[in-house]
Design a protein around this ligand. Structure first.
Ligand code: UD1
Ligand code: UDP
Length: 347
């Protein structure tokens, strides 16, 4: 049996890994490294418990406030040690976090084939650490799984055109289709569901204050699942949750709760990549507080809107009606199985 080591580290990667690990372990010796990039109970352990993901074989502790280079460097050192010990046939990485970059760089240097899930996404904004991470992962990957045709086109434009690039659908779609029948309304009144964690929305006190003031002035209650990065900025800027009466701040919730809040919201406001996609799959209108998105299909017919400078646009956009909806743009919910079969054939 061939051995594959998957690298996870941040919240969305645990969610992507859940359906993948289930399939991988049927056909491979499937081990997992958790880099410890996210480490709070409600940013990490909760997903392993709730989604039945086996405990990682290796868990590092790189978390905490560290500069990008230091964080990535520590992860690389530890991943390299494991690879020397385990000699895997391939290393599998998800998406675009620093854990993805660390895994991709170690594998490249050690001549271990890389499998990249969620390949080909681009924001064309190289100031985002994620853009750098995903470009590096794509350049060096041996097998690339792209969720959409746009992602494949992006790779072609960069000259990445070999014969192990596949359109696979999106593994997050597998997860949400599994969980959707189990979700329930959590609060009875009407509300907007919000998550914000990108550095350009949180690291500057004026920007964060403008966002919170705008959310506070919306016509419906705002339920804001606050990422630890955002909470720590709020505290260091001396802003209080109680200053924003219309906003109910909640600590990060588990996956079923997150989908529940999304499904019954009047509108979703976010800068998350995963939530833009989930909103679309749930047929829920989304407003994204960014000037660009990797998930450009969601913008069609008003299902997702980009708002960055003119935050006041939020007040009207929350009331617009989206148009035609295209089913299954992120696959049919069986991406993990299809991906695993393809890895088996091509590794
Ligand atoms: C990271 C990813 C981002 C992804 C996000 C998902 C990179 C460069 N960024 O951003 O692409 O969208 O995860 O949520 O990889 N912290 C805690 N507890 C935790 C986790 C984080 O307190 O469990 C705090 C730490 O102070 C840390 C800060 O949040 O310094 C930022 O964490 P980090 O993992 O560096 O980046 P994210 O903003 O979470
Ligand atoms: N999510 C969650 N609990 C929360 C907020 C989000 O489980 O309180 C889930 C959400 O449903 C989605 C994923 O986390 O599946 C998105 O992760 P995040 O926004 O942290 O990262 P991104 O997708 O932007 O990289």
């Amino acid at each position: 049996m061939k051995k594959i080591i998957s690298i996870v580290g941040a919240r969305p990667q645990f969610i992507k890994h859940a359906p993948m690990q289930l399939e991988l372990q049927k056909q491979f010796e499937a081990k997992t490294i958790h880099t410890g990039q996210h480490y709070d109970e409600n940013m990490s352990a909760v997903f392993f418990d709730e989604l039945g993901i086996p405990k990682p074989d290796y868990l590092f502790s790189v978390g905490g406030s560290k500069p990008q280079g230091e964080q990535t460097g520590i992860m690389m050192t530890e991943i390299e040690k494991v690879c020397m010990l385990e000699n895997p046939h391939a290393l599998l990485v998800y998406g675009d976090t620093n854990s993805t970059l660390a895994g991709a760089l170690v594998a490249t240097k050690m001549h271990i084939p890389i499998i990249h899930i969620e390949a080909g996404l681009r924001s064309f904004n190289r100031e985002m650490p994620e853009e750098v991470n995903r470009i590096v992962a794509d350049i060096f990957s041996y097998i690339l799984f792209c969720p959409t045709d746009f992602a494949i086109e992006n790779l072609k434009k960069e000259g990445i055109t070999h014969n192990k690039i596949f359109k696979s659908g999106d593994v997050m779609c597998d997860m949400i289709k599994l969980i959707e029948p189990k979700v329930n309304r959590i609060i009875q009144e009407n509300y907007y569901f919000v998550t914000i964690h990108r550095p350009y929305n949180t690291d500057n006190d004026e920007r964060l204050k403008q966002i919170l003031n705008t959310l506070n002035s919306l016509d419906k209650k705002v339920v804001f699942s606050i990422h630890p990065r955002t909470l720590s900025r709020l505290q260091s800027f001396n802003m209080k949750e109680s200053d924003f009466k219309n906003i109910q701040f909640i600590r990060p919730v588990g996956y079923t709760e997150s989908v529940s809040y999304q499904k019954f919201a009047d509108c979703i406001i976010t800068d998350s990549g995963g939530i833009q996609k989930e909103a679309y799959i749930l047929k829920k209108k989304c407003i994204t507080l960014r000037s660009e998105t990797e998930w450009i299909e969601t913008l069609d017919n008003g299902w997702n809107h980009l708002v960055f400078e003119k935050l006041e646009e939020l007040k009207t956009l929350v009331h617009t009606e989206p148009g035609h909806y295209t089913e299954n743009i992120y696959g049919n919910g069986h991406a993990a199985k299809e991906i695993t079969d393809l890895i088996f054939q091509h590794l």
